[in-house]
Design a protein around this ligand. Structure first.
Ligand SMILES: NC(=O)c1ccc[n+]([C@@H]2O[C@H](COP(=O)([O-])OP(=O)(O)OC[C@H]3O[C@@H](n4cnc5c(N)ncnc54)[C@H](O)[C@@H]3O)[C@@H](O)[C@H]2O)c1
Length: 255
């Protein structure tokens, strides 16, 4: 079945929207007629992403933003609202992977650098997104914790720790807004074919043969498959779903 969504007149924001699952989701929203605000850390890939969406007929702006900096995050939401007038959906996607090592061998600096991004960025989005959404009286936010928020994995404990924290934040903020028509959910992707995973394969943090052996579907997921789950969670089709962490992992955690 070819599922299509209509977000005409709606405005969405994707953090880390110039790469991987964020880019796939920004494009999917634009194809569904939403105005897209794409945010990213590096200007050149951000410009390219926005250009690609526009040349396919979509409406998009790019805003440079380090999501770990709350002031930049607040400014980015304000600029998106100034441009398009509202904010209906946000995919809180930006994140980084930690280099693999035993926790015993990880430096405090490395842990701090990493932790300063994955969780504070999610908190900032769940602070500044709903500020606009509660004025409008509606909205949907989807966070991106990963199966790492549900199960453990040796060697990347800090990553999994922050992702578990994202689920805790998401559930509690969802309850704050459950009776105000603002829904807060999460997708938990399994191993998805994105630059983050290519990078881990290149560095030997992951091995494709091992990966495929462990994956029930014997393949990686795609950015589009994550995007479809995000669009569903932002659509009226999921109107009674909030505080939910949706596994998009090809059955990995069912094993
Ligand atoms: N690829 C996977 O298998 C997988 C699985 C589960 C969860 N995730 C999570 O999904 C999200 C997207 O990952 P991806 O695989 O598409 O990776 P990616 O590396 O392709 O994209 C990550 C994006 O986040 C942005 N980013 C990183 N730090 C930032 C910062 N401080 N400010 C603004 N933007 C920043 C990057 O610029 C990039 O656009 C991440 O949160 C990741 O942890 C990935």
């Amino acid at each position: 079945m070819d599922v299509t969504y209509k977000f005409e007149g709606k405005v969405q924001l994707v953090t880390g929207g110039n790469s991987g699952m964020g880019f796939a989701t920004a494009k999917a929203f634009a194809r569904a007629d939403a105005a897209a605000t794409v945010t990213g850390l590096d200007q050149e890939p951000l410009d390219r992403a926005v250009e690609e969406i526009r040349s396919a007929g979509g409406k998009a702006i790019g805003i440079h933003c380090d999501v770990a900096d709350e002031a930049q995050f607040a400014d980015m939401v304000a600029r998106a609202v100034a441009e398009f007038g509202r904010l209906d959906a946000a995919f809180n996607n930006a994140g980084i992977q930690v280099p693999a090592s035993d926790t015993a061998d990880q430096s405090a600096e490395e842990y701090d650098r990493f932790s300063a991004i994955n969780q504070p960025a999610v908190w900032a989005c769940m602070k500044h997104g709903p500020r606009q959404m509660r004025e409008q009286g509606s909205g949907a936010i989807v966070n991106c914790p990963s199966t790492g928020g549900v199960v453990g994995r040796a060697g990347i404990a800090a990553y999994h720790g922050t992702k578990r924290g994202v689920i805790g934040l998401m559930r509690s903020v969802a309850l704050e807004y459950a009776d105000r028509d603002i829904r807060i959910n999460a997708v938990c992707p399994g191993t998805i074919d994105t630059p983050m995973v290519s990078n881990m394969l290149d560095k030997g943090m992951l091995n494709m043969d091992d990966l495929l052996r462990d994956l029930p579907m014997k393949r990686l997921g795609t950015g589009d498959e994550t995007a479809r789950a995000v669009l569903w969670l932002c659509s009226s089709g999921s109107g009674f779903v909030t505080g939910h962490a949706l596994l998009v992992d090809g059955g990995f955690t069912a094993q």
